[in-house]
Design a protein around this ligand. Sequence first.
Ligand code: OFO
Length: 165
Amino acid sequence: MLSKTIESALNNQIKIEAESSQIYLAMACWAEVKGLEGVANFMYAQSDEEREHMLKLVKFVNERGGHAKISQLKEPNATFNSFKEMFQKLLEHEIFVSESINELVHISLNEKDYATHNFLQWYVAEQIEEEAVARTILDKINLIGDDKGGLYLFDRDIENLTVTT
Ligand code: OFO
């Protein structure tokens, strides 16, 4: 059985994962209208993954005697000045999510909820992976600079940078 504190902390994370999915969906749309198909597909996949992260939490809360809360979401940013800016925002967002997961781990230990603590380890590992992918992408974009040919190749290759869930 989840304590009220844990239930509300997990529900807050459900909202964060749902918002992540929306943020990445908006990024996918922007990349698609800008003609970068590879980047768009990559971001659509990221958006789907965030929804999976959300669902995993929803099911955990409901199975442990809580009630998952489905909240109203913030409208995400729809346009960016550049792909570099877009991926910088992605990295910043993932760092924010990691901090939120760390806080949850901290709360679960305070509450002596070892089942939730164990469940959260998957998210801890996932965040390491997602931050690493975002940093790799930014390194590549920094190398490309303003080179259009480089951006074309990057768009073709980004789909190989898959994130494992
Ligand atoms: Fe990438 O945020 Fe979910 O966990």
